[in-house]
Design a protein around this ligand. Sequence first.
Ligand code: ANZ
Ligand code: ZN
Length: 830
Amino acid sequence: NERYEPQAIEGKWQTRWDDAGIFRAGRRPGAPKKYVLEMLPYPSGKMHMGHVRNYLLGDVYARYYWMQGFDVLHPLGWDALGLPAENAAIKDGVHPAVRTAENIASFKKEVKSLGYSYDWEREVNTSDPEYYRWNQWFFIQMLERGLVYRRFSKVNWCTGCHTVIANEQVKDGVCERCDSPVVDKEMPEWAFRITRYSQELLEALDTLKEWPHRITAAQRNWIGRSDGAEADFRVQGHDAALRVFTTRVDTIFGCTYVVLAPDHKLVAQVTTPERRAEVEAFARRMAAQSKTERLGEGTEKEGVFTGAYAENPFTGQAVPIWIANFVLSDYGTGAVMSVPAHDERDFAFARKYSLPVKVVIQPASGDKLPPGDKLEAAYTEYGVLEDSGAYTGQTSEQARQAMAASLEKDGKGKATVTYRQKDWGFSRQRYWGTPIPIVYCEKCDPERQGIPVPVDQLPVRLPEIDTQAVLTGKGEPPLAKVASWVNTPCPKCGGPARREAETMDTFVDSCWYFARYLSPHYDAAPFDPKEAQRFLPVDIYVGGPEHAVMHLLYFRFWTRVMKLLGLSPVDEPVTRLITQGIVNGPDARKMSKRWGNVVAPSSIVQKYGADTARAYVLFAGPPERDFDWSDDQVEGVFRFLKRVWTLAATHQAATATATHDGPYEGKALEIRRAAHKTLKRVGEAIERLSFNTAIAGIMEGVNALYAQGTPETAAEKAAMAEAVRLLTVVLTPFAPHIADEIAEAYGGKDFTVAQSWPAFDPALVVDDVIPYAVQVNGKLRAEIRVPADAAEADVRAAAEADEKVQAALAGKTLRKFVFVPKRLVNFVAT
Ligand code: ANZ
Ligand code: ZN
């Protein structure tokens, strides 16, 4: 066929791939494995370009790895439970299960139209009782091990969604999803004791070498380990010591007073008779204030002297004991050592009450601070100790450790570790979630701790409901209204009991779905441990960076639980994480209904075919960066595929069966050089996640082949036939349909993806390699070596792949890229 008509060939190949089962994981049992995964979608009705891009990034690797001889697992499933379907049901009365099934069907059709290499036999649907049964099973295992517990706590209650939502979902006091105000509510709730793993989760971040730095940094910050110390100050004239908590024990020689919370238990004991009236009045006034009043931004720091003195554990020096509004009794030890020279709050307080200020830390730079009485502001950085006895001259870091050790040795204190991370409350007052497998029986369980449903009675299924009567969005949790379901015999005594009416946060579903794909219908456990041995961890995981701290932390936690339960051998779920950038509309705003700038994938597939849609989205920019949609570029990519088609069609009759044994010279050699260089370039670009330059490389290769004109001799024809076949190889990850169509026309017997990725001939790719200097903001950061004729995009990609350059660019926004051919590149970033 002379004309490139994608619509005429794409469906055919999709069916053939499916029928042949070429994407079935496990079909190469002896080969090494690769597990390529994209974050499972929430099946809203329509697929958008963000999904297209997400799955493509995985798809390129999956196909490439098949061609590298791996046994590849590349599955897709549905995050089918959750709020949006239930909120929609409240509006229009359509049962969430019905809507979800429809959405999945239409979403899946769109996914299929793009020709992704999924193993559809592994499809998982989290709203299927066959799936959520294992959420319940995990819950019970974790309950038995103290990793699930019931607590009373202040929760974030969304007044719009009528449910508890996670801290991370509250943005400036309103719900991230519905923009309604979020209020505090005291409620019993179920929680996972994720904090038992805080330290492990933190330490293991160092092993995640192939995760984007900003994701591991966000997790580190979220876990928020803080290393502090407790130290005892003996109270003079009393047989008592007050214990302070500090994160800066290195400043202890600069402590000039200590402060107790007004309701600290030592206050009454140590206050001197002459100070008693004033201290008691102050404490009473504080007791009448709320925390926010006491600690609010505009609240002036105030306090009173107790009349008593305490001795610094290092110097024995006596300092006055105060009480003040800013010290809380329920944080740390309820007592603070104040170091006005090095803490802003203490500084303000000391100036206000004319307490001494003593400098004990000097900047590491060598600058000198003025003496305490001349100091204008606290110096709060780390530095070098002075006037600190045996510790003088040490750095803050050294002194913190040495001083904590000394306190511990003398029995006067210890080093402490605290974490900002909290346990994960996962109770939700919604219908469309996994029922929590718990029963409350007044007789067997008067404390209402909850009795777990016996494992052999799982799953606890969601009941059929009268949607309009139950999903009202008001009052008690929906399941509490379903009498026939909520009333159940007690598993212990058989007497009347009630089920837990709350359901689980859907983040539970996404904690372990990647393992369910291993054996999606296994029914002896959540998944087959033998398959876990084979396929875990996930080698490549692609998803949005917005999941940095919830999903990506929760599923790391869950992976540890799966190991604890003997199900899986791995500590970490994912080796390499790729976070994709956003697809903006043509107007540089994120594609969204709100802006009316959405380009529907189906419209592109219909007009240009899936291959153009795929190649364009991958060509438009590096995977981790945002890009703005451009219709012109879509056209350009379509024209490029047409050129590929025409090249193949033009030479097919004359060359497809050509053979040549002898040497290749002149034009024949040039054709081979162009083909092998392209092969090399594309393979290397894929390895370093530079799909845009891979496609640019194919484009240049095609141009180079056109430039050679019509092959005449047997050698030239054989070279051209080889070149076209190699083109189909390199096109396969990006534009697989056209690749298979051309390969077949050239006598290919098997799908391109089932062939092995050929090695390029080193003799054909030799090029002069030259050094480039890589600067960031004009400063030399690296030197890279690239082919002398490398295009700007390749030089840039090679520069961006350099670790030192990445480190220098981390956290910055690129403003400008300067390219001086054959000499240097410079990234201007702020
Ligand atoms: C001495 C010191 C010197 C401090 C210095 C800081 C800087 P984070 O990091 O939030 O844990 N603190 C301790 N307990 C307190 C309480 N109950 N109420 C109010 N403040 C309290 O904060 C720990 C720091 O907060 C501690 O370290 C203590 O002040 C104060 F140059 O101790 B620091
Ligand atoms: Zn009972």
